[in-house]
Design a protein around this ligand. Structure first.
Ligand SMILES: [Mg+2]
Length: 262
C-alpha cells in the first residue's frame, strides 16, 4: 500500500513538473533573443510585456512571426491566470512580468564570477521558475520565515547549479555566435584569472560540483525535519528533479551539441 502510494506521489510530481516545463516554454523561447543586439532585445522584452498588461486586448501582430506567437501565448496565460481569481496566480503573473522586465536588462561587463551569479539567475528567469513550481505544486508562494530561510538558501544553490551548467554546456555554441554581449561564465573566468578556455572550463565544472555538494547538505538539513516541513521538503525535491532534468537537457540537447546552421 505504502509503495503504491509513493509511486502515485512520484507520478504526480512528474506530471506537475511536465506541466511546469510546458508553461515555462516562453522562457526557453526568449533565450533566442539573446542573439539580438542589446537595445533591440530590451525593446522586444517591453513589446512582450504589453501582452501581460491590463489594457492589452487587440494585437495587430497576434500570431505573426516568433514574437507575435509569444505575445499571443503570454496573453493566453494572463487570461487564464486572471480568471482563476486566486492570489497565488496573480503573484505568479507579477513575477513573470518582472522577469521579462529585468531579463537581459544590464549592459554591464562582469569582471568576476561572484558578480555575475545574481545576473545569471535573473537572466535564467529563475525567480519565475521557482514561483511557477510552487504554484504548480499548490504549495505556499511564501513559507513561514523559518522555512523560507532554509528554502531560499536551497533555491539559491540550485539557481547557481542550473545557470552555470547551462553556461558550461552552451559555451561552444555561444562563443561562436556574433553578439554584442557574450554572457557566459567561461568567458568571465578566462578574464578574471587570465587563463585559457580549457582551464576556465575545468574551474567552472569544479565550482558547479562544489555547489552541488552544498545543495545536498542543505537538503539533508531539511530532510531531518521532514515532519515539520512537509511541503517545503516536497518543494526541495521538485527543485532537485528540475535541476537534474534541466542539466540532463543541457548536456544532451542538439541546440548545444551540433553545428548550428542559422
Ligand atoms: Mg547559455
Amino acid at each position: 500500500m505504502l509503495s503504491s502510494l509513493s509511486s502515485f506521489c512520484v507520478l504526480w510530481i512528474v506530471f506537475r513538473i511536465i506541466l511546469t516545463i510546458i508553461l515555462n516554454l516562453p522562457a526557453l523561447c526568449i533565450d533566442i533573443m539573446e542573439d539580438l543586439p542589446f537595445k533591440e532585445a530590451c525593446k522586444e522584452h517591453d513589446f512582450l510585456r504589453e501582452a501581460l498588461s491590463d489594457g492589452y486586448y487587440q494585437d495587430e501582430y497576434e500570431g505573426v512571426g516568433h514574437i507575435g506567437r509569444l505575445r499571443r501565448f503570454l496573453r493566453d496565460i494572463r487570461t487564464e491566470l486572471v480568471c482563476e481569481k486566486d492570489s497565488s496566480s496573480l503573484v505568479l503573473l507579477e513575477t513573470l512580468d518582472m522577469s521579462l522586465e529585468h531579463r537581459d536588462s544590464l549592459d554591464a561587463e562582469f569582471l568576476t564570477l561572484e558578480d555575475y551569479i545574481p545576473y545569471r539567475k535573473m537572466n535564467f528567469d529563475y525567480e519565475f521558475v521557482c514561483q511557477l513550481l510552487r504554484w504548480a505544486m499548490k504549495i505556499p508562494m511564501r513559507f513561514s520565515p523559518e522555512e523560507e530561510l532554509l528554502v531560499s538558501r536551497y533555491e539559491h544553490s540550485i539557481g547557481i547549479i542550473v545557470g552555470l551548467t547551462n553556461d558550461y554546456f552552451s559555451w561552444e555554441m555561444e562563443c561562436n555566435q556574433p553578439t554584442d554581449r557574450l554572457r557566459n561564465a567561461v568567458a568571465i573566468l578566462m578574464k578574471e584569472h587570465s587563463i585559457p578556455e580549457p582551464e576556465a572550463k575545468v574551474i567552472l565544472k569544479h565550482y558547479i560540483m562544489i555547489e552541488e555538494k552544498r545543495a545536498v547538505e542543505l537538503k539533508h538539513q531539511l530532510d531531518c525535519n521532514t515532519e515539520d516541513f512537509e511541503q517545503a521538503t516536497r518543494y526541495l525535491t521538485a527543485l532537485e528533479l528540475f535541476a537534474a532534468g534541466y542539466n540532463f537537457w543541457c548536456s544532451t540537447c542538439p541546440r548545444y551539441h551540433r553545428i548550428q546552421k542559422e
